[in-house]
Design a binder for this molecule. Structure first.
Ligand code: ADP
Ligand code: MG
Length: 255
């Protein structure tokens, strides 16, 4: 069996006496899989993603990516943030080429041109981020992550700041790229709908401590129709899980 893209066992991360951000996390992500981390604000989604990225070291437990222990950020795990992910003083072209220049790769221009095309950014290579829409900026950020050919994209609510229509078209772009390029994606969201639209599996997390409550498979064929009864049923199932967790937390916090 090939190495898992992500292999996590017994991970714990406590920030303060009271804030147990992650506890007892076990998670495996297969190569090429699209996994969403779902849960309310503050449940530890970003912390878990940052542990996978190597930005945060867990207090306990093991984290491996593609069979190697994660000790620091690495080029095989590219992070895409919600905002501020671009260098404002660089053009679109320079932003996308940034990682390539570090790697001193040959043929920077063809690679960048191909990505501009793939992400519908043709003709915008000389623009600066401030002269782009939110959706276009996020497409540049994704292009940059793809440029360095990371086998894994780690995405922290990347479409959270976009309006609903732009978000849907970005989701479609991402799914198209994912199926063409066969990357592994770990995608953080608090949107139940978004997780059902995107993921092979949804990891539902609990709040304080942040644990894995349930891992739900989404067996719906793609492209998925948010108007279909199967889609609605899956959204209801996940909503019930999230609400159950919210009630549990309220009882605990206010009793
Ligand atoms: P999410 O991404 O699900 O909203 P986070 O992973 O950002 O949640 O945070 C989980 C919990 O840890 C929250 O209660 C948050 O306030 C706390 N937290 C996150 N980062 C830090 C930090 N650097 N220091 C202290 N507490 C933190
Ligand atoms: Mg977060």
């Amino acid at each position: 069996m090939p190495d898992a893209a992500v292999h996590i066992r017994g991970v714990r991360k406590q920030f303060t006496q009271t804030i147990r951000a992650l506890e007892n996390i076990d998670l495996d992500v297969a190569p090429g899989e699209f996994v969403c981390l779902l849960g309310p604000s503050g449940c530890g989604k970003s912390t878990l993603l940052n542990v996978i990225a190597g930005f945060i070291a867990p207090d306990e437990g093991t984290v491996e990516a593609f069979g190697k222990p994660v000790r620091a950020p690495g080029p095989e795990r590219a992070m895409v943030f919600q905002e501020y992910a671009l260098f404002p003083w660089m053009t679109v072209f320079e932003n996308i080429a940034f990682g390539l220049e570090i790697k001193r790769a040959n043929g920077i221009a063809p690679t960048v041109e191909r990505l501009l095309d793939k992400l519908s950014l043709k003709g915008f290579s000389d623009r600066f981020p401030k002269d782009l829409s939110g959706g276009m900026r996020q497409r540049v950020a994704i292009a940059r992550a793809l440029a360095i050919e990371s086998p894994m994209l780690l995405m922290d609510e990347p479409f959270g700041a976009l309006d609903a229509l732009t978000r849907r078209s970005m989701q479609d772009d991402l799914l198209r790229i994912w199926s063409e390029l066969k990357r592994t994606i770990v995608f953080v969201t608090h949107g139940i709908d978004e997780s059902v639209y995107l993921a092979d599996r949804v990891v539902v997390m609990t709040y304080r401590p942040g644990t894995v409550k349930r891992i739900v498979e989404i067996p719906l064929p793609r492209p998925r129709d948010p108007g279909s009864p199967e889609f609605a049923r899956t959204v209801r199932e996940l909503t019930a899980l999230v609400q159950e967790e919210q009630r549990r937390h309220e009882r605990e916090e206010f009793s």
